[in-house]
Structures are given as C-alpha cells and as structure tokens.
Design a protein around this ligand. Structure first.
Ligand SMILES: Nc1ncnc2c1ncn2[C@@H]1O[C@H](COP(=O)(O)OP(=O)(O)OP(=O)(O)O)[C@@H](O)[C@H]1O
Ligand SMILES: [Mg+2]
Length: 223
C-alpha cells in the first residue's frame, strides 16, 4: 500500500503519524519505505536518530524526495517495497500533489480546532482534483490531538462527516505527550518505556482501521 499522510495545515501530526506507521508496519516484518516529501525533513531526522539509537537500525528505509520526483521515484520503487509511507508538508505543495497521483490512500489528521477544520473544504477540493489523475485514491481523515473532554472533538468529526470526498475514521488519537517523547528518542509510541498504553492503544486502533480498509476495496469504503 502507498499511503500519503497529508493535508494543508501545519502541525496536525502528519510526521508523527507517518513515522509511527512506518515503525509499526516494519515491526510486522514488512519492507517499508518512508518518503520524506517535506522540505523541513523531520521524518528524515527522525529516521537518522532512530538509526543511531537502535542497535538493529531503524527497521525501514527512508529517502527524501521533492516535487515531481515524488511521483516518478515512488512509481519506480513501488514494486521493491511492501509499503510506502509518504510524509508531506503542511501546505498544498507540488510534492504532495505528486504523492497523491501515485498513492492508494490519503490520511489526513485534523486537530479539533477551528483553524484546522476550516481547511477541510480545501482538502476536499484537493482530493477531487487529484482523483481526476488518480480515480482510485481513497481519502480518510481522523481527529488527532483530541481534547480529553468537551464538545470540540465531536463537532470536528461532524464537519468531517459532512465533507465531500473524505471519509471519517472515528477512532481519535488524544493529545498525549508520549508521541513527542517517543519521537525525541527515535521511537514509535509503542516502543516508549514505560509505555503509554492509552496512546499506544489509540494509535493501534487507527492502524488496524487502515489495515482493514486495505483488505477491502478502498473505493467501496471511501465511496
Ligand atoms: N496525538 C498527539 N498528542 C500530542 N502531541 C502530538 C500528537 N500528534 C502530534 N503531536 C505533537 O505535535 C507537534 C506537531 O506534530 P508533527 O510534527 O507530527 O506535525 P506535522 O503535521 O508533521 O507538522 P508540519 O506541518 O510542520 O510538518 C509535535 O511536537 C508532535 O510531537
Ligand atoms: Mg511534518
């Protein structure tokens, strides 16, 4: 599966989710390529740190790509890996568009705040435009950094449900320090010791959901 973690809002958790997906997928014995298509290069920095910190190395391969090369190189490498995870920057970039021409799935994290939710319409437009080039593209959104209480999570989920072209995955991930703490050590959230079981369980729910989607037709689920 080729999955792009994207959207057009900075700081929504794209790199956190992309790196954790790569870590989890690799832990299952899959040959994973993590593509850093963001010029900030955070996913690459994470992988470098992970290679330094873990005796056995990162467990996956990471490369940096930018612009149209995201499409051409990912196409070229698609057969060589079981899974490709593409991390994009927090804007509507050529790199993200190139990624979406070759991806099966777009996964968009949303923080339940107005400024983030306001970008939904633009993400919807982006998906519609990219489906002209890649009709099979499935697009999912979920709430990341969910509030521990209050109405904002449910309100944001409601707006996502009403957004054309995007399917809500209704397993939110809470605002949990474990994600940042794990990343600071080059680790996935499940590898952090002591483990934050809630953060791990929430990520696993999202992960399983994506995995199950993959087993069925993405278009059937995404319709
Ligand atoms: N579920 C979460 N709970 C708590 N903190 C989180 C969560 N997800 C991400 N963060 C933190 O939020 C910050 C931004 O996350 P991240 O870098 O993954 O976002 P991004 O969308 O990749 O940002 P950018 O648009 O700059 O690439 C980081 O400090 C990260 O540790
Ligand atoms: Mg990022």
């Amino acid at each position: 599966m080729i999955i792009t973690v994207g959207g057009i809002k900075g700081g929504s958790g794209k790199t956190t989710i992309a790196t954790n997906l790569a870590v989890f997928r690799a832990a299952e014995g899959r040959d994973v390529l993590l593509v850093d298509a963001d010029d900030q290069e955070t996913a690459s920095d994470f992988t470098m740190l992970r290679n330094e910190q873990l005796e056995g190395g990162a467990g996956f391969t990471s490369i940096k790509l930018t612009g149209p090369a995201v499409r051409t190189e990912v196409k070229r490498l698609a057969d060589k890996y079981d899974d490709i995870v593409i991390d994009t920057g927090g804007r509507d970039t050529t790199s993200q568009r190139a990624a979406l021409t070759v991806s099966h799935t777009l996964l968009v994290p949303f923080v339940p705040r107005s400024f983030d939710v306001w970008t939904l319409e633009k993400v919807s437009q982006l998906v519609a435009e990219m489906r002209a080039a890649n009709p099979e593209l499935a697009a999912y959104a979920f709430i990341n950094r969910a509030d521990p209480r209050g109405q904002d999570n449910a309100d944001a989920e409601e707006v996502i449900r009403d957004t054309e072209g995007l399917v809500l995955i209704d397993t939110p991930i809470g605002a949990r320090k474990a994600f940042g703490n794990a990343a600071a050590h080059g680790l996935g959230v499940a590898e952090l010791k002591p483990q934050d079981t809630k953060a791990t369980a929430e990520f696993m729910m999202l992960y399983r959901h994506l995995h199950n989607i993959k087993k069925t037709s993405p278009i059937a689920v995404g319709a």
